[in-house]
Design a protein around this ligand. Structure first.
Ligand SMILES: *Cc1c(COP(=O)(O)O)cnc(C)c1O
Length: 229
């Protein structure tokens, strides 16, 4: 039987191997454990094995889990689609939001971020492979969006996030991740001080690491297959 602890260890080894193969320090890549559809017990098991950062996609599902784990010192990342009328609990309960693709959403998150908490860390979602998902800003619009978001008082703009269309072709995986990295470098040349590339999941984390990922978001390789809902 694969336990969460063993699976987590295997994922850490994949990350380290991919990093070393391309001359990067394994510690320069953070693992975000995507716990959507799994309950507090699974999160406790991962925490017991040393995992601190967890990713959730739906506020309705995440909030009761966060409330059920007050004794653990966890870092919550919101990685799901954002609706502008549902930003408040996200601004209040998460440390990071990865999928921002509109200035209006970022503005609401900034306004709703409680004063006692540090600024909310944000990654802008970019659509680099014309994926089916409608979310993600077009590359041509990234500079304007970055400028608007970087100016918000309660937001810390950290970098870019992408979910390229799934493919088993490693060269195509890398090409999509490379375009995200090129946009990231372009933004930094323009003066943004970005330090985060959130890309790579269970099936393509190696390709993402080869192209510079600093956070990989991994669900099924840690917790098992999700049931379709
Ligand atoms: C579900 C999800 C993941 C994790 O996907 P796996 O293939 O299970 O690793 C990563 N990122 C986002 C945005 C997700 O929604």
């Amino acid at each position: 039987m694969t336990t969460i602890s063993n699976a987590l260890q295997a994922v850490r080894e994949r990350i380290a191997r991919a990093a070393v193969q391309c001359g990067r320090a394994p510690a320069s890549i953070a693992l975000l454990a995507v716990s959507k559809t799994f309950g507090p017990d699974a999160i406790r098991a991962a925490y017991a094995a040393g995992q601190i950062a967890f990713g959730e996609s739906y506020a309705q599902e995440a909030l009761p889990k966060i409330a059920a784990l007050p004794d653990l010192d966890l870092e919550w990342h919101f990685i799901g689609p954002l609706q502008s009328n549902k930003t408040k609990p996200i601004a209040e309960h998460f440390a990071w939001v990865h999928g921002v693709d509109r200035a209006k959403i970022a503005q609401r998150l900034s306004e709703q971020r409680p004063a006692g908490l540090p600024p909310l860390n944000i990654c802008l979602q970019v659509n680099v492979s014309g994926e089916a998902s409608k979310s993600g800003v077009e590359p041509a619009e990234i500079t304007g969006l970055a400028r608007a978001v970087a100016a918000l008082p309660r937001i810390h703009l950290r970098g870019l996030m992408a979910i390229p269309a799934p493919t088993e072709d490693a060269a195509r995986q890398r090409a999509a991740f490379r375009s995200v990295r090129e946009l990231f470098e372009q933004l930094n040349e323009q003066g943004f001080a970005l330090d985060t590339l959130s890309m790579g999941m269970s099936d393509d984390l190696e390709a993402a690491i080869q192209e510079g990922a600093t956070i990989v978001r991994v669900g099924s390789a840690i917790f098992g297959e999700r049931k379709a809902n």
